[in-house]
Design a binder for this molecule. Structure first.
Ligand SMILES: Cc1cc2nc3c(=O)[nH]c(=O)nc-3n(C[C@H](O)[C@H](O)[C@H](O)COP(=O)(O)O)c2cc1C
Length: 446
């Protein structure tokens, strides 16, 4: 069977980072980010188009300068549980922080979503970009990279251990034998590690896909290493074709180095397609979108987010970019390092750096349906992704992609023409992890 492209939908309500003007679009309801029907409608449209997953990002820190969507949004697992009851096939991936959660609680919540959805849950493990989150959780400072990523690895290991608490035949529920539970099939975890001490067992059995699928979204050295060790999907930053190729090859290589099958980690690059009847109309629309979003005050705030929500108010806009690298050591180090490097190399002022944070960059996926399908095909063949994480401005834009581009990808044999599985693992071509206790017993009996 030829390799197929995976598609995920990434709805952003009234506008995420850089989408400063989106909330003003008359087609966007001002309460989209807290309207469950907005998410259900989009999930159903994406499911109708046979997409693999709906992806919900999250953060737990705001100030008044944050993107419109961040200011007023639903908690991802609550949101996805509601969407689960209105969909049947599409995967439901929610972002949750391993820095500001406890493994028992989060493992239980994801296992619940996995049951509610019939085996369609995914967890995007983040270590939290926003350093200010620490103050909402009793800490004066965000944990450093090494601690956050060490904690993330142990967190996932504990969650996976808890998800294996019950073997698949743990509940005979046999009235004749008066046996509801077979206690030999229930296992405590008794984990004692550097960051966590968790006894278990979890009070929830495994779902139709065994365990929720682990996603990860980090670009630093530490982030890539975590992905290679435990992730089954990645939300990658994208960039140019060459950058995407490098990232893809790097992650697959690291995954293989950990003794894992590189096919068992699916890399989704970000894509914000702009589709119109003609290439010219799409290119025009892309430029219009840029103008709608271009706002110096908002660009400055967005820039500050990479430096712990730093307020540039006290700085002269036309002076050289200030030396604030130390503020990003614990948060968005990778993006901050890139910003500082460029500011130094090109001798940019604060105003210029703020402008470059929202610089006009052509997306590769802009044009008439045929053009966009050609680019998707070319990028896929060039080894840049396994899937695309698609963000559209409006529901109309999603429709244009679904009606125009998806049929072309199907005609070319690049995208499914029907769902062949009901679980997220099934649709992504990921194996169901065998329960560790069942496996150990099988090995012992060999
Ligand atoms: C595509 C993508 C999506 C992300 N989504 C989130 C998110 O929803 N919440 C969050 O706190 N961080 C998110 N991040 C940030 C990462 O989790 C990470 O904190 C950030 O990239 C900085 O760490 P790094 O230097 O390891 O990349 C995302 C990153 C990428 C590339």
């Amino acid at each position: 069977m030829s390799r197929k492209i995976h598609l995920a939908l990434h709805p952003y309500g009234v506008g995420g980072p850089g989408q400063h003007g989106l909330w003003k679009d008359p087609r966007i309801a001002k309460d989209a980010s807290i309207d469950i029907n907005y998410y259900i409608r989009q999930a159903q449209a994406a499911e109708h188009a046979l997409f693999d997953a709906l992806f919900i990002v999250d953060s737990q820190f705001i100030n008044a300068t944050y993107p419109a969507h961040y200011l007023n949004r639903l908690e991802p697992l609550t949101l996805l549980s509601a969407v689960a009851t209105h969909t049947r096939h599409i995967g439901l991936v929610g972002t949750a922080s391993s820095t500001y959660n406890s493994p028992f609680n989060l493992a239980r919540r994801f296992a619940s979503l996995d049951h509610i959805s019939g085996g369609r849950a995914g967890w995007n493990v983040v270590t939290s970009f926003d350093t200010g989150t620490s103050r909402n959780y009793g800490l004066d400072e965000h944990l450093d990279y090494a601690t956050r990523y060490g904690r993330a690895l142990e967190f996932v290991e504990v969650a996976r251990g808890l998800w294996d608490s019950y073997e698949d035949d743990a509940f005979p529920a046999d009235v004749v034998r008066d046996l509801f539970l077979d206690p030999a099939r229930l296992h405590e975890l008794n984990h004692v590690g550097e960051h966590f001490k968790v006894a278990g067992p979890l009070n929830l059995s495994r779902s139709a896909q065994g365990q929720p699928v682990i996603f990860q979204a980090g670009v630093s050295e530490e982030g890539r290493d975590l992905a290679a060790r435990v992730a089954e999907g990645i939300y990658a930053p994208g960039g140019s074709l060459e950058q995407a190729q490098d990232y893809y090859a790097d992650i697959k290589r690291r995954t293989a180095a950990y003794g894992r099958d590189p096919e068992h980690i699916k890399i989704f690059i970000h894509g914000g397609p702009v589709v119109a009847a003609t290439d010219e109309a799409a290119l025009r629309r892309e430029r219009e979108i840029f103008e709608e979003d271009n706002d110096l005050v908002r660009n400055l705030a967005l820039l500050g987010r990479s430096f712990g929500a730093y307020d540039f108010g006290a700085h002269d806009l036309d002076a050289p970019f200030p030396d604030i690298a130390h503020l990003a050591e614990k948060g968005g180090r990778t993006s901050a390092a890139g910003i500082i490097e460029r500011a130094r190399a090109e001798k940019l002022t604060l105003r210029q750096v703020a402008a470059s944070a929202n610089e006009f960059r052509r997306s590769p996926f802009v044009g008439a349906p045929e053009t966009v399908a050609d680019t998707v095909e070319r990028w896929f063949a060039a080894g840049t992704f396994d899937g695309i994480n698609l963000a559209f401005r409006t529901e109309e834009d999603l429709e244009l992609f679904v009606d125009g581009v998806v049929p072309l990808l199907q005609k070319r044999g690049l995208f499914r023409t029907e769902y062949t599985a009901d679980t997220l693992r099934g649709n992504l071509g990921l194996p169901v992890p065998v329960n560790r206790h069942t496996r150990e017993r099988a090995l012992a009996n060999d």
